[in-house]
Design a protein around this ligand. Structure first.
Ligand code: ADP
Ligand code: ZN
Length: 529
């Protein structure tokens, strides 16, 4: 790398220190910079916070011409360009938020060779006018950021990314570097194929984030649990709380503020200026908690986020990993905390069933969800499970909840049989299907308006689970659902049996369950204090 000099005469290390103010490259940055600066194509898989930007910014500065960066994150382009300019880099962007005058100023600068880096939104890059503009200047390289957006099966698919494959034909001599923090083998393959990167060198960083402690707890009262968690672990620390709905985001932020935890809501339904203010206060202030839908965080560069909490189940392991990856970019100990419950499983299965997507996409969404459930239900190391999902082997980490307090596993075969036979009886004898709540009331022999109305007290399984608390039953139903021994059917989250349930009912298959104490010892201690 040292021998690699820029038109201005600097080496990669000079640029790193003089322009960006850093003393050393991290991980594979040096190799990537050298390879791309020398004109090679690259596919870079690096976790969020790993330092992908420098991998194309420095080669863009070292090579003749302008580095063209394709990024879907239009909202962040302005900030990225400002940051580069502050470092003395001649950077601009082209996207739909600009006026005609602004655009022509940028275009003139590009043609004159007065730009080091030009960010372009993918839909703009694909227009004939942008293509002919690019042909009038000199291109140092193409960087395709968030390259997983090319994956049709992924959660961020952008049709405009598919058209980027012809950059290779139009500019065969311009090196291309595709970068992503999504590392599944399937996505990796798709990026390579769809972006015509067959001759690229591949740089796959470790996805382990050793300073992040993973914790997944059964959901009881998520907001109260969240407050408990923040008071115990994250007092005065900056954190991000993710919730699924806008309403839940606002209620949760309010709840935190009422309990003395400074928090702001953030979701796409809020005014742009409110969102901008939340974002800038989060970057500036210490100890602020942002409660957000997943709209928040893509590209947020705050190194000292001490925790990321989820009060709803993420839809996929990729999403979970990216969101939790926003914690601890500075390498200091941080926590990824998730509360997850029966309702999450029922609700997400139902959302997939009810969606208008075609069968193949539904199957894909179900697989994503199942992988996420497996991570939640595992009694082994969370990190091992997470990294295996990304195709990387590792040893138990000693820094996740299951390593620190290995959950007891109990034989849940009889409980499962009680539950499943109730489902079968209702279905076969009465042609009725119910959700988890009613099933649990039947098992516990709880008289309610609904159990009376349906005469459920005459079922042979009435009250056979009375020795087990409602809380525990909810945990059991959740785990049995997650194990595929129950299925959600139709709109109302009613439960039906699956092929595998038959094996359990016949006694051919044992069911292992996590033993979940009703209250964690930590929670008790905090409450007393
Ligand atoms: P990614 O795009 O992979 O999420 P970024 O490129 O945004 O990561 O980098 C994450 C953070 O790490 C940024 O604050 C960046 O300035 C910093 N960083 C990157 N490379 C280095 C380095 N070699 N030395 C010190 N800090 C670095
Ligand atoms: Zn572990």
């Amino acid at each position: 790398v040292e021998s690699m000099t820029s038109p201005a005469g600097g080496t990669a290390l000079d640029v790193l220190s003089h322009v960006f103010g850093y003393g050393a490259f991290r991980g594979e940055q040096a190799d990537i910079v050298e390879h791309v600066s020398a004109g090679g194509d690259a596919v870079v898989l690096m976790p969020t916070g790993g330092g992908k930007s420098l991998c194309y910014q420095i080669p863009a500065l070292l090579r003749e011409g302008t580095g063209v960066v394709v990024s879907p994150l239009i909202a962040l382009m302005h900030d990225q360009v400002q940051a580069l300019r502050a470092a003395g880099v001649r950077a601009e962007y082209l996207n739909s938020t600009q006026t005609l005058e602004e655009r022509s100023r940028v275009e003139r600068a590009y043609i004159a060779g007065a730009l080091d880096i030009l960010y372009v939104a993918p839909e703009r890059l694909n227009t004939p006018s942008t293509r002919s503009l690019l042909a009038r200047g000199e291109i140092a390289l193409f960087a395709i950021d968030e390259a997983h957006c090319v994956s049709q099966w992924g959660h961020d698919f952008r049709p405009d990314y598919l058209a980027l494959s012809d950059l290779a034909e139009l500019w065969p001599d311009v090196p291309r570097i595709a970068l992503t923090a999504t590392a599944t083998e399937a996505t990796h393959r798709e990026i390579t194929q769809r972006l015509s990167l067959g001759n690229a060198r591949h740089f796959v960083a470790s996805f382990d984030r050793p300073n992040i402690q993973y914790r997944i707890v059964p959901k009881r009262d998520p907001r109260a649990q969240l407050v408990e968690f923040i008071r115990a672990e994250g007092q005065d620390a900056a954190g991000i709380v993710y919730a699924l709905s806008r309403a839940s985001v606002e209620r949760t932020a309010e709840y935190l503020v009422q309990r003395g935890i400074p928090a702001l809501p953030y979701h796409a339904g809020l005014d742009a200026h409110l969102r901008a203010e939340a974002q800038s206060r989060f970057l500036r202030e210490d100890g602020l908690v942002i409660v957000a839908t997943i709209a928040f965080g893509m590209g947020i560069d705050k190194p000292d986020v001490r925790f990321v909490a989820h009060i709803d189940l993420p839809k996929s392991v990729e999403g979970y990993y990216q969101e939790t990856g926003r914690a601890g970019r500075d390498g200091e100990p941080s926590v990824a905390w998730l509360a997850y419950g029966l309702q999450d499983v029922v609700q997400q299965r139902r959302m997939i069933d009810d969606s208008t997507a075609d069968a193949a996409h539904k199957r894909q969404a179900m697989q994503h969800l199942d992988a996420m459930l497996a991570l939640c239900e595992t009694v082994q190391c969370r990190r091992v499970n997470l990294l295996r999902y990304f195709g990387q082997d590792s040893a138990p980490c000693g820094n996740c909840d299951t390593c620190l307090e290995p959950p007891a596993v109990v034989d849940g075969t009889i409980a499962a049989q009680k539950l499943l036979s109730t489902v079968v009886r209702l279905d076969r004898e009465r042609n009725q299907r119910f959700g988890a709540g009613q099933l649990i009331d039947i098992l516990r022999g709880k008289e309610t308006q609904r159990t009376r109305q349906h005469g459920h007290d005459s079922l042979s399984t009435w009250g056979i689970g009375a020795d087990t608390s409602e809380q525990r039953w909810r945990g059991i139903v959740r785990q049995i659902l997650a194990q595929g021994l129950l299925a959600t059917r139709g709109e109302y989250g009613v439960l039906g049996i699956t092929e595998a349930s038959g094996d359990v009912l016949r006694g051919d298959r044992a069911v292992q369950l996590r033993d979940e104490p009703e209250k964690s010892p930590r929670a008790r201690a905090t409450r007393k204090a």
